[in-house]
Each structure stands twice: as C-alpha cells, then as structure tokens.
Design a protein around this ligand. Structure first.
Ligand SMILES: Nc1ncnc2c1ncn2[C@@H]1O[C@H](COP(=O)(O)OP(=O)(O)OP(=O)(O)O)[C@@H](O)[C@H]1O
Ligand SMILES: [Mg+2]
Length: 247
C-alpha cells in the first residue's frame, strides 16, 4: 500500500490582487511520479514553490508526511526552470555543493564520483557552466538535485530547453533515478509526450485551480515511444487537456 505523502488541503494563494490558487486539494503518494500540466500562468510553479516551502498559502495547509510545511526542508530537492548554476563553480563543485552545505563532507568524494559517472559528466568535471552545452548543464543540475538523496524531487520543466535526443536521454535518466530511489517526483511540463513517459499519474491544473488526476497506463511500458498505443495515449491526453480547459 502506497501512503499519502504530500497533501494540499484547501490551499488558496493570491499575489497582490490576483488570486492564483483557490481551494486547491491535492494528495500525492510516496514513491510515485506525477506530471503537472496546465496553461501558462495557471499556477504550476506556484504549486511547486508551496510544496518546497518557498511560499506560504494565504489559506489552507500544505503538509508532508502529516507535518505542516512552514519552511524549506532538506529532504526536498528542487530543479528550477532556470537551472541556477553559478558561473564560478565547476561541475564537480556544483554537484558537491548540497553535501558541503549540509556538513556531509565525508560523503562528497564517493557521492560526486558516482553521479558524475552515472550522468556521463566525468570528462566535464573541471568545466564551468559557460563551457557546457544546454544538455550538459541540465545534467549537472540534475546531479546536484540528486546528490542529497531527496525523498521529494520537484522539477520545473526539466527538459524544455533541450533538443529531442538529449531530451529523451535526460527523461530516461530521471525515470531511472526516481524509480531506483523511490522518491516522489512532481514535475511540470508542457510536453504531452514527456508527461506520458515520465508521469505515473498525470495532473491537469485548470484555471480555476481544480486538478484532474488520471493514471497513465503507459508508464510501465518499455520502449513506449516505439509503440502505437503510446501515441494514442498522447492524443487522448491532448484532447482531455483541451476539454478541461474549454479550448
Ligand atoms: N512573485 C509573484 N508576484 C506576482 N505575481 C506572481 C508571482 N509569481 C507568480 N505570479 C503570477 O501568478 C500566476 C501563476 O504563476 P506561475 O508561475 O505559478 O504560473 P505557471 O503555471 O508556472 O506558468 P508557466 O507555464 O508560464 O511557467 C501568473 O499569472 C503570474 O503572473
Ligand atoms: Mg512555471
């Protein structure tokens, strides 16, 4: 039995006069991956920020494992839309940073080594971000997200800036790492195929803040992209998004 892990209960939030979320309810289970889809400006990034503890709701509660989120917790990792790599940090330094900051210095050598190898970054270890391609930068940011062994991984459009092949490679990596770690993954995407590849459940956020949740029958299919059924599932989802948003 999977258990409820992240809970948004009647969450409302406004920025100045603009109400972005109104009475949002959402329950996410431990070890499951969720794709969050919705129109631009519908509040997807805001939901991630609430779960991360960077924003507080005006009304309602956000809780993790039954504990109210009042500030960022160290077991929650966030891969931002703009990756947040520092120009003065080499690949190796960037990946080691979360362990440095949390005083886990003895774990740095082996932790960094393992991740650089897994994500194919060994030969770039001494480079700075401006010396890396977009896909390499994305992998560095992913390695930095994974090194602290998070139980929640939040990702805001993790592959949006990548070409098709690099995107597929990164998606496989994210999928593999999430399944191995049994972390709860919540990622925002505008890409229907990405939602069907990476999301065991798909959440559609409507402008009024209601969220429809559907299970993705294709999540456990190997080589999904080589099967017609996968594309049928994508078409179904695309149509559903239109219906949900009255387009
Ligand atoms: N700090 C802020 N101050 C004022 N308004 C904000 C702030 N952050 C977000 N908003 C507004 O809240 C709404 C939701 O923003 P959010 O970033 O959550 O949207 P999103 O669904 O992630 O959109 P996109 O797909 O374009 O990234 C938008 O209309 C945005 O302008
Ligand atoms: Mg956003």
């Amino acid at each position: 039995m999977k258990k409820d892990f992240i809970n948004l209960d009647q969450v409302s939030l406004s920025f100045e006069r603009q109400q972005v979320l109104q009475d949002v309810n959402l329950t996410l289970e431990q070890g499951v991956s969720y794709a969050l889809i919705g129109k631009s400006g519908s509040g997807k990034t805001t939901i991630l920020n609430l779960i991360a503890g960077f924003l507080k709701p005006d009304k309602g509660t956000v809780s993790i494992n039954g504990v109210k989120v009042l500030k960022p917790r160290k077991e929650t990792a966030f891969l931002f839309q703009e990756l947040g790599l520092f120009p003065w940090q080499t690949v190796e330094e960037a990946v080691a940073m979360p362990l440095q900051l949390s005083g886990r210095k003895q774990e740095i050598d082996s932790g960094v080594e393992t991740l650089l190898r897994k994500l194919g970054l060994e030969k770039h270890r001494n480079k700075y971000p401006q010396e890396l391609s977009g896909g390499e930068q994305q992998r560095v940011a992913l390695a930095r997200t994974l090194i602290s062994e998070p139980d929640i991984i939040l990702m805001d459009e993790p592959t949006s800036a990548l070409d098709a092949t690099t995107k597929e490679e990164l998606q496989s990596l994210i999928r593999e790492e999430q399944q191995k770690r049994q972390a709860t993954l919540l990622f925002v995407t505008h890409d229907v195929e990405e939602a069907v590849i990476l999301g065991q459940n798909i959440l559609i956020l409507k402008e009024n803040g209601t969220i429809s949740q559907l299970e993705n029958p294709y999540y456990f299919t190997e080589q999904a992209r080589e099967q017609l059924g996968f594309y049928e599932e994508c078409i179904k989802l695309r149509q559903l998004i239109k219906v949900e948003n009255n387009i």
